[in-house]
Design a protein around this ligand. Structure first.
Ligand code: COA
Length: 359
């Protein structure tokens, strides 16, 4: 049966860095607390829109696959922070790329969005309706960050990653997947007032920032992500020892460690870059995959486990067998425009809106 394999990959990380020390300068927190509870040291703050980051990552992924924008027939952008609700971020990406032969759609499964999109894209290829699918995870989460709430605002960052899916008749490709949702727990991670449920006039700023019950999300994440990872390995029909690398959603180092323990994986077979970027929601996995390839951590034929959880509460996991090529066919020189403001200047609209008093 025809399967879908990843043939191109790329990432786009905005240049402005927000370190734990920067956070200490305007919030009651510490590098020690953030590092020990989450593993995060710094995150990126974007001076461009979500679709701009997505487009840069897409150019790089297409170059790695040796393809041109007009070769793509479907673009899926996993995001919960689109530039606008109408049109979708995917519509902007399609235009900015000049992918004139592509349909384009956003998918919102919060932090599980990339794996959801990967599975949807792969199944379009398996079903024979599409041949070259661009799957992108892109987020500008700092837009939602209420820096008066130290329990959530230290966790998230901006960025994008992309992969190209193409048909294959070889051994590589998507081997198994699981997509799940625990909608009953939706209130434990949400932006309550952003959408038709909100009151455009009366809502307090706190209603349009991320609200999270951290310990509750933590407990459920360990169960959902760990359980799904085990089940997709079993479904793929491979032994646990045959898993070469776990590329998990980067939300919290302790949640990743717990997932790795469930798979009985030693730390050298777990990819982690949460220290550098924090939680970029749907973008964490394609960014991590790209960096794993850049660091030579993916060998030809590797069995990769992807696993994620997030708002919804959603979860998703998949096993994908890599092909023979671990080097990009080409590179793209498309890049970010220079940032015209400092990181703290980029955050000033958040400080103003959510009412952060200078310390
Ligand atoms: N800096 C310093 N102290 C902080 C802090 C910060 N940024 N954030 C919270 N604290 C304090 C709390 O106020 C609390 O203080 P208290 O005991 O005096 O009341 C204390 O630290 C413990 O808070 P708690 O929320 O119980 O900490 P925790 O160990 O559960 O860690 C998270 C908090 C958010 C790091 C953790 O719950 C988590 O990672 N949850 C999952 C979140 C997640 O991954 N979300 C994304 C889903 S995709």
């Amino acid at each position: 049966m025809t399967n879908a394999a990843i043939t191109g990959w790329g990432k786009a990380l905005p240049p402005s860095v927000l370190s734990n020390e920067d956070l200490e300068s305007f919030m009651d927190t510490s590098d020690e607390w953030i590092t020990s509870r989450t593993g995060i040291k710094e995150r990126r703050i974007s001076h461009v829109e979500t679709s701009d980051m997505a487009t840069i990552a897409a150019h790089r992924a297409l170059a790695a696959a040796g393809l041109e924008p007009h070769d793509v027939d479907l673009i899926i952008v996993a995001t919960c922070s689109p530039d606008t609700l109408i049109p979708s971020a995917a519509a902007y990406v399609q235009a900015k790329l000049g992918a004139k032969n592509a349909g384009a759609v956003d998918l919102n499964a919060a932090c599980s969005g990339f794996i959801y999109s990967l599975v949807f894209g792969a199944n379009m290829i398996r079903g024979g309706t599409h041949k070259r699918v661009l799957v992108i995870g892109a987020e500008k989460l700092h837009y939602y960050m209420d820096f008066t709430d130290r329990t959530t605002s230290v966790l998230f960052g901006d960025g994008a990653g992309a992969v190209v899916l193409e048909p294959t008749d070889g051994d590589e490709g998507l081997l198994s997947s699981e997509l799940g949702m625990d909608g009953d727990a939706s209130e434990s991670l949400c932006i309550p007032g952003y959408g038709t449920r909100g009151d455009r006039v009366a809502d307090a700023p706190s209603e349009v920032g991320v609200r999270m019950d951290g310990p509750e999300v933590f407990r459920r994440a360990v169960t959902m992500m760990g359980g799904a990872s085990v089940r997709v390995v079993e479904k793929a029909g491979i032994a646990f020892e045959a898993v070469d690398i776990l590329i998990p959603h980067q939300a919290n180092q302790r949640i990743i460690d717990a997932t790795a323990r469930k798979l009985k994986l030693p730390s050298e077979r777990v990819f982690m870059n949460i220290g550098d970027y924090g939680n970029t929601s749907a973008a964490t996995i394609p960014i991590a995959l790209t960096e794993a390839l850049e660091q030579g951590r993916i060998r030809p034929g590797a069995n990769i486990v992807f696993a994620a959880f997030g708002g919804g509460l959603s979860w998703a996991a998949a096993v994908l067998r890599w092909g023979q090529r671990t080097e990009p066919l080409g590179t793209s020189d498309v890049d970010f425009p220079p940032a015209d403001r400092t990181t703290l200047e980029l955050l000033q609209p958040n400080f103003d809106f959510f009412g952060l008093e200078p310390q």
